[in-house]
Design a protein around this ligand. Sequence first.
Ligand code: FAD
Ligand code: LAC
Ligand code: ZN
Length: 478
Amino acid sequence: MMTDALLRELRTALGEQGVLTGNDIPARHGTDWSGLPPVVPVALLRPTSTEEVSAALRICHAHGQSVTPQGGLTGLVGGARPSDGDIALSLEKLTGVEAVDLQTSTLTVRAGTPLETVQKAAEEAGLFFALDIGSRGSCTIGGNLATNAGGNRVLRYGMARDLVLGLEAVLPDGTVLSSMNRMVKNNTGTDLKQLFIGSEGTLGVITRAVVRLHPRPTSGVNAICRSPDFAAVLGLLNLAREALGGGLSSFETMWPSFYNFVVERLPELRPPFPAGPELNVLIEAAGFEPDRDHERFEQFLVTAFERGFLTDAVVAKSEQESRRFWAVRHAGSEYQRVLGSITSFDISFSNDQLGDVVEECEAAVKANWPTAYALSYGHVGDGNIHLIVNIPGVEVQPRNEIADLIYPITGKYGGSISGEHGIGTRKLNYLSYSRDDREIALMGLLKRTIDPRNILNPGKMLPLDAVAGPTGEKLALD
Ligand code: FAD
Ligand code: LAC
Ligand code: ZN
């Protein structure tokens, strides 16, 4: 519980501006993009340095006060939404690119910096930061690492995890762990930074990072292709890998359910094809030989057409048109506005299963709610799809019933209940579809070891009973 003494100590450490309470706390700190109702934190901390983050956590730890780390609040699973009685610790004042190093192709950045700022800083230095997601303007690099974000270019450059060389994090008791490594190779024991990447702010607060940059491509081609069925989409993917090689950077697929909804309900996005039964694939290729890259892409399309992998294709003729294609692909971010409350999924599989999975999931939803929308799209190159469900005219969407249809299908195919968005609180009850008892027990043991007072983002990512133990029998080998 927050006491006057705790508040006083925090104000001494962070200054008046660093600790907001009551009506001074901006409403947006109550929740994230999960659609969960807001919970006003008991205080909002806005540290401006690693030392202040450390001081704040040391004080909260001593008082047994729970803390929710917050980045750009674009998370989709409730990870940054405070629980009752939590203090929110926002990284919004810990911003800025500290250095771009051309020799090592690395960039050193503070955790609260928006992703788009990092991308621009790399670009200004003539290099390229490959992580890219639809929320780039608002999400922060710290949040991207805490969630191990995926996005549009995983196919070529990997997840956020693959783009990090060094990390600084503050442990729940205030200890600063600084591994601001710029080396590519460093096999000196357990890679500790990976503990914090993807653990959703439950093991430490990320304060700084060293990220990898890549050479900046000098040519880019974006096209939307129409494929008659999912087998053709897989054929198209294999051919794209073969024909475009390392140049292939995105392979995003929109099933007819998703695409036709955009055509009918969001015509202002000007999708290039009319509604139809085909699948639509947004392909991005980026290279270093502008003339030859375009030629190679054209040849790839011709071969794909000859082999029946596509029936039509539109290649963007300008930057503006490329952006328009991507806006169609990112139309999912408009769905809450158009449909109201939605239930969304972020499931992943080996990519050859996606055709059957989508068919089964959409059919299961329709069988229960014949008028429902079940809209499928996603990162087929990575085996990761998003499914958006809405039952029209129903004010309180039956989220649990919908989840109880989709997650068993995910389990049946041996898939993951989260390809990229994480567990937060939204998916806590379903973790066991993707992780067995021993895995969950080991995660609990890690949490207890690093955060014995359970003050950092408690109740997120791991069910509380897994954190409380016991672990003995569950971890014992047969
Ligand atoms: P927040 O939402 O503030 O926090 C997310 C989690 O990280 C919380 O658990 C929080 O406690 C923790 N956290 C935040 N900062 C820190 C820190 N410094 N240290 C420790 N823990 C921290 N995600 C994808 O993976 N791929 C996509 O393609 C994608 N597209 C999106 C498109 C839209 C339109 C939207 C709204 C979201 C999308 N997302 C996507 C989800 C979201 O943007 C990502 O999860 C993003 O990485 C979250 O960053 P954030 O700064 O907003 O974090
Ligand atoms: C996307 C987000 C929702 O891929 O992950 O659009
Ligand atoms: Zn996604």
